[in-house]
Every structure is written in structure tokens, then in C-alpha cells.
Design a protein around this ligand. Sequence first.
Ligand code: ZN
Length: 501
Amino acid sequence: MNLKEKFNEVKEHISEVNKLNEAISLVYWDMRTSMPSKAGETRSDVISYLSGEVFKKTTSDKVLGFIESLNVNKEKMNTLELRMLEELEKDYNETKKIPEDRYVAYISATNKAEIAWEKAKENNDYEGFKDNLKEIINFQKEFIEYWGYEENKYDTLLDKYESGLTVKKLDKVFSELRDGIIEILKNIKSSNKKINREFLNGHFDTNKQKELSLEILKSIGFDLNAGVLDESVHPFTINISKNDVRLTTNYHEDEFTSALYSTIHEGGHGIYEQNIGDDLKDTGLQAAISMAIHESQSRFYENIIGRSKEFCSYLLPLAKKYFKDFDSVNLEEFYEAINYVEPSLIRTEADELTYSLHIIIRYEIEKELINGDISVDDLPELWNKKYREYLGVEASNYSEGILQDVHWSGGMFGYFPSYALGNIYGAQMYYKLLEEKPEVMNEVAKGYFNTVKVWLNEKVHKNGKLYTPNELIKNITGEELNAKYFIKYLKEKYYEVYNVK
Ligand code: ZN
């Protein structure tokens, strides 16, 4: 069999896995949006069964056969084929290296931990969750041994979500970012500027909010013929396929910005998914590169575009059209209110400036937990110490502190950095965009978003997984991941908003 025939076989295999995954996504979507509560138990069984089939397929002897026969033909393969092999191998190794009984035990432990976490959070009861957390961390440590590591054990977990990222690299980037943000915060505080944001709270009819959200989603370039906007308690995006991308948002009747900016955020994720190249179909590369690059797109739309003064000058007349509350508000007041900064306890409610500090705290803690430098018993104290030091706030209970996020109960160690990396990548891209398309923000002010979209389509979206995150950011900007541009962006923006001289 020649190489071309072999790759056709691989594509056929990937196509089968994709079909299963499409079914899983659709079932999952229904579970999160409209399933009646009694259907919960059998529905999880359906998802487990189908996921098991995917697991079997991706770790089958057939796949091992592909990997072995392709590996001896590497010198004849093009870039795309080499990347296909790399992904095939990565997926295979990630699951195959874990003994099946340990994997099953782990899944059961995370299911139990998620239930325990929910209860513990509700009852402000860290003791009730501690042992579950300990168990999950032990699983992580055990799996790291199977997967292997070089310098730092935590590298292996980082690599799962951001291929090639290491503690050594991230320590440098995050400590620069942490110090940068803390300095900006200090200067903002001493400027004593008061910002009024009262007019963002009031009564905003949810049907009108929905209309506005859809209007903006359409304007920024989300294709509503290949996607939908629905509602859920926690907004999210799921791609059933690139022509069926589903977003949710959450409307609050007393709040103007929450649903709107969730919609723009999820819209950024959605635009990414909808524009991955058709030429990558069934190669295993027709997917987003990493969670951090995904977050770079959602945050680009939400913050860099969506909270810019230019976007505000497009948004304010629209807000006035839908709600009379804004009749007497001018652009300057509106822009400042949208960009109000206040260090707070809850990550998901944090403003653009302080958000990354919440992430850095989690990163620093995870790293120590995985390397065994701290114990689960010391966590709440360490958590509070870091919040005091970096953000100047302290939780009076566990629910608003150590228990606020679901991630650890699901075993998602190494995932949190993605959110802050998204901010960093996004700013690197932004300055490149300004250099290549100097008129772009004037266009945004007029409600014309096509230049932004086409640029991101070309530089990021269409490439799918063809490059690693590191290669991608170097292709776009000529530089590797670094915090310089994000700090520059934050300074330029917030020193203006807060009159810092
Ligand atoms: Zn997101």
C-alpha cells in the first residue's frame, strides 16, 4: 500500500471518530440546554457509552498500525501529513499510557468529586471536599508518571492544554504579567478617580437584550445560518460541526453588560470554530489548536474590540435605541463605566485588568500541589494570602474562595493558565493587526467588523491545528509568547480611563 492510500485509510478512521464526536456533542448540548431533569441519569449513560467507543477507536491496534507504518515514511511526508501523524500519536499516547482500570477509577473519582464540590460550595464546607481533592491530585501525580516528564512534573499537565508550554517559560511570562498588573492597579488606586456605573444597572427587558445580542453577534461576523444563540446558566460554546456552532448566554434583567459581553465572548469562540479550513476535513486538524488560542479569540472580541472606545461609540447609540436608560449618557461616561476596575474575589466576575491575577494565583498553587510542595490542608490559607497580596481582598468564606471553581474537581489541572494566555496572545495579535491594518479601529467605531474577522480568519482560524501554538504566534507576530504587549495595552487603556499621569 502506498502512502496516499494509507492516509486515505487514516482519514476514513478520523471521519468515523468525528461522527461519534458529533453525536456526543449534540447529546451533550441537549443535556445542558433543554433536557428534562428526569432524563439526566440515562443521558449520562449514553454519553459514557459513546465516549467509550471513541476511546476504543482512538486507542485501537488499527491506530497503532497507522502510527508505526507512517513513522517509517516520515521523509516522504509533507507538513500536513506530519502534523496528522503527530496528532494521531499524541491522542493515542495520552490515553493508551494509562492502564484502563486506573482510567475508569479516575473517571469515577472525578464524578464523585464534582458532586462533593457542588455540595461543599453550597454549604461553605471545605472539609467535605478535601479528601476528594486529595484523591484527584494523587491521580494527576500517578498519571504524570505514566506520561513521563522532563524538568517539572507540572509541564506534563500544561502540555495537555498548550502543547510545548513549560513551567520555566510560563514562570517568566506570568511573573512579568503579575508585577505589571499590580503596578497598574496601584497607580489606578492612587489616581482617586471615581467612575459612575450606576446606569448599567436598572431594568432591561430580556427580550430586548436578546435582540441586541443577536444584532451584535451578526455584526461581528458570527454566521447564524451555521450556528445558534441559546440560553444557559453558565454561558458556553459547543461546536457540533463547523456548520453547527452553538452558543449560550445568560440574561439578567437588572444588568446591561453581563449577557451582552458573554454573547460577544462566546461569539469569538464561535467565529473561530466556523472558520476553520475546509481543506482540513478528516485530517484530525480541523479543530482549534489549544484552549489558550481559543480564549485569545473570545477575549479579543470581548475585551480588545468589545470594550474599546471605538466599539463603545458603535454600541452606545444601539443601547439608546433599545433602552431609554442611556438617554443622558455620553460616550466618555459609557466607556469608563464599561471599563470600571475593582479587585474582587470571584474569577468569573473579574474585570479585564484584574482577571489574569486570579489565574496566576491558581497557576502558582497548582504547580506547588502537583510537585508536592504544599498539602491540601494548607490550601485555604495560601489562597487567602495570595488574594490579599495580589488583589488586596480576602474571602470571608470558602465558597467565595478556594471552592469557587469547578475545574479541580473535574481533574482539570493545567487548564487555568489558558485563560490568561488568551489575554496575552490576543494583545500580541492586536498590535500586529494595528500595524497591518491601521484603519481597523475607525472601522469598528462605524460598526464595520469585517477587516478584523478576515484578518483573524487568515492568521488564526483557517489554520486549525496545522501549527503548534508557539509556531502560530511566531508566524503571526514574529515573536514568541510574551507579556510585553498585554501590559502595554493595559497601561495605555487604563491609565487613560483613570487619568494616571
Ligand atoms: Zn471562553
